[in-house]
Design a protein around this ligand. Structure first.
Ligand code: FE
Length: 205
């Protein structure tokens, strides 16, 4: 998938060398311990991530009362599931896709993102190309960069996340999923569908 790149991406080796150097320095200066670094990595690898947002979406698909609470107060509804919201998820708002409206999220200022629900933001989310072009021509960016076509009769609503309010999307429940369990439904929810730049999975795929 071609993602917007108007700033050069650093290679993975370059990034990991920088991270290692920073980590050594922080430990050497006594700012952090190895255990603390490992714990943070564990949190972001195993405990926080789009699988949590996906669980909330699946629950909303099967439980109208929960869906109502999720749309009214995403942070509280999220906590109700036992998920933490302290990691850039203190004030989240979930917006609902319908037959007539497709929601997409951007942070025009920097890269505000609901870490608690979606994990760490993808690289392209932080890049000026995505942030600027999405505002001007969202339909075109979705089609060209994300190969994701939103029909012309569906309105695209763009939500600008900030450090005060972080948006994510409740995508529409895929067709032909009547018999699926909540867990099976959650597996159909993609990170991109919760940012509004891609589809959910279909049962066959
Ligand atoms: Fe931001």
């Amino acid at each position: 998938m071609a993602k917007p790149t108007d700033t050069p991406l650093r290679s993975e080796e370059e990034i990991s060398a920088r991270v290692k150097a920073l980590e050594s320095l922080l430990i050497e200066k006594g700012v952090m311990t190895t255990e603390a670094v490992d714990r943070m990595a564990e949190v972001y690898e195993n405990e926080v991530g789009p699988h949590l947002g996906a669980k909330a979406v699946a629950k909303a698909w099967v439980n109208p009362e929960f869906k109502k609470r999720l749309l009214e107060n995403a942070t509280e509804a999220f906590q109700e599931l036992g998920f933490r919201t302290g990691l850039q998820g203190e004030d989240m708002r979930v917006v609902e896709d319908t037959d007539k409206v497709h929601n997409t999220v951007v942070c025009t200022l920097c890269s505000c993102y609901p870490w608690a629900a979606l994990g760490l933001p993808p690289n392209w989310y932080k890049q000026p190309a995505y942030r600027a072009r999405m505002v001007r021509e969202p339909r075109k960016v979705l089609a060209e960069d994300f190969k994701f076509t939103v029909p012309n009769d569906v309105e695209i609503r763009l939500w600008d996340s900030s450090s005060e309010l972080r948006y994510w999307v409740l995508p529409q429940r895929p067709a032909d999923t009547d018999g699926l369990t909540e867990e099976q439904l959650a597996a159909l929810v993609t990170r991109d569908s919760m940012i509004g730049v891609g589809p959910t999975r279909t049962v066959a795929s």
